[in-house]
Design a binder for this molecule. Sequence first.
Ligand code: 3PY
Length: 259
Amino acid sequence: SSISLRSALETTPVAYGFWLTLPSAPVAKTILRRSPEFSEGGFSWVLVDAEHGLINDSHYYELTNAVGHEGASPIIRVPWPEEWMIKRALDAGAHGVMTPMCHSAEDAAKVVSYCKYPPVGVRGYGPMFTPHSFPGVKPAEYDEKTHNEVMVIVQIESRPGVENVEEIAKVEGLDVLFIGPFDLAKQMRVTRGGEEHETAIQRVLNAARSAGKKAAIFCSDGDDALRRIQQGFDMVSITTDVAVFGDGMLNELEKAKGS
Ligand code: 3PY
């Protein structure tokens, strides 16, 4: 597949990714250049966060091209599961989209429909710049093949999302159920890491597996990611760009002070 994330999920034990909150192609490329190819254990995807980060749709084209040409899949998290937002992300070259707050199978089916051209879905056609972020893919190939392979990812991060997760997981064309643990705890009004929270997370993992879908989760750091991989998650984001900058600089400051 010309979608690195799809290939990684099919051919490697875990699809590793990281969160990009800064609208910076140089930041994304610096990280990707330092890490191995995904087939050698490096990153197969980058979450381009347009829900909570500083990124908006005028940044999409540059970011999808930067990430795509470094051999990883740019996955855009759109601000909300709206048809027009998903269309703009895919048109700008996203190899997949992630949508916040999926509460039901109906929600998930809408997202799938927004990602696929007719007759499968309702995605509008505006492919002028879309293939640019897929190395080697010609416009006709994008239309005929690649577009059907873009990753459709919904976030499970609410009580109804968890209660309906078995139905959500069965939705055809959906690839990944992605847990947002922070929102899940807040929306459920439970403690993050507490028993109810972990039971909900396990339920999402089980539902994905039973339906033959992939299960993914946002992790705060590498230790957190390892624990989730050991639980059976197929796809993890290991941390964020800004967390690494902040922690890394503080560590060096502490060293400089001899502490
Ligand atoms: C969450 O944890 O709520 C997320 O969506 C990841 O930032």
